[in-house]
Design a protein around this ligand. Structure first.
Ligand code: C2E
Ligand code: CA
Ligand code: CA
Length: 283
């Protein structure tokens, strides 16, 4: 059963999808070893003339429930891969992180489809990382074959929102992930709460021992960034570094950020331990 409000939303969303009225924005993630742009996370946006800005947390689950998720995923991925080519041609060298619904993974030929899209648009598969969260329909562990096929094709796999919801240590051990993303819930009060700080430190250690790259999301303050550097986190993402950006703003952000990072490093040189170097082999 679908209620009246969701029905209106679903109808509007379907029209926006068909008429190409959705947008992708891109949030930079930086390597904490050197401040360089590591990759960008693609995030979908829907600004409806009648409904206004509808957040993805509202329409993505609706698309999942009503058979529109594959269409959304394919449109979003194609748009993002084309954008990567545009950046490359402008001299912006980066990788893409793309959110995938666990439902799309149930399509057996999904890894082949993603590979074909990369090939058709001339994007090397090792420039792509798929971010996955545990779906409520079936545990990721049941999708082992699909996930392994992505890795064989050179596509990276990040476990998103680690530490909340359904993600488990068992899955981390058994599934071929390349990256772990610490949920922003823990990053949020890591500076002020010893408990959250201990959790963040333990997740970073866990990722290290499993040879996974570790990203902290939701960095909203300079103090959080310093703490994450000190704890040896590899990558950071959050509003303090950059909000999700329109694609044409990435180049400008990169040069502004280089100046901010230089100033930060200077400050850290006087007051803190050196920034730890992340393992170079991790993607
Ligand atoms: P997510 O994958 O965990 O994405 C991160 C969310 O946190 C984004 O919200 C981003 O704008 C927000 N964020 C980034 N930095 C900060 C910060 O410093 N503080 C706070 N408070 N928030 C921050 P957004 O764009 O609203 O997306 C929400 C969720 O919707 C995403 O969570 C993801 O699960 C889903 N989503 C977004 N785009 C797509 C998409 O294209 N496909 C699929 N399947 N899901 C998507
Ligand atoms: Ca994500
Ligand atoms: Ca997340």
């Amino acid at each position: 059963m679908i209620n009246q409000a969701d029905l209106g939303l679903l109808d509007g969303f379907e029209r926006a999808l068909i008429n190409h009225r959705l947008n992708m924005v891109y949030q930079p993630k930086i390597a904490l070893a050197d401040g360089q742009l590591k990759r960008v996370e693609a995030l979908v946006r829907w600004d409806d003339p009648k409904l206004g800005k509808v957040p993805p947390s509202r329409f993505v689950p609706l698309a999942e429930r009503h058979g529109l998720i594959d269409q959304l995923t394919q449109w979003g991925l194609r748009t993002t891969l084309r954008q990567w080519i545009e950046w490359r041609d402008q001299g912006v060298d980066t990788c893409i992180a793309f959110n995938i619904s666990a439902l799309s993974l149930e399509q057996l030929d999904f890894p082949d489809l993603v590979e074909r899209m990369c090939r058709a648009l001339d994007v090397p598969t090792d420039r792509l990382v798929l971010e996955l969260t545990e779906g409520s329909t079936q545990p990721l562990i049941k999708l082992m074959d699909t996930l392994t096929r992505f890795r064989i094709k050179g596509i990276g796999l990040a476990m998103d929102d680690f530490g909340v919801g359904y993600s488990t240590l068992m899955q981390l051990r058994q599934l071929p992930f390349t990256e772990l993303k610490i949920d922003r819930f823990f990053v949020d009060d890591a500076v002020t709460s010893a408990d959250s700080r201990a959790i963040v430190a333990s997740i970073i250690q866990l990722a290290r021992s499993l040879d996974l790259s570790v990203t902290a999301e939701g960095v909203e303050t300079e103090a959080q960034l310093h703490l994450l550097c000190d704890l040896g986190c590899d990558v950071a993402q959050g509003y303090w570094i950059a909000e999700p950006l329109e694609p044409e703003l990435l180049g400008q952000w990169q040069s502004d950020w280089a100046k901010r990072w230089a100033a930060l490093s200077k400050g850290r040189g006087r007051t803190s331990r050196p920034v730890p170097v992340a393992a170079g082999s991790r993607n």
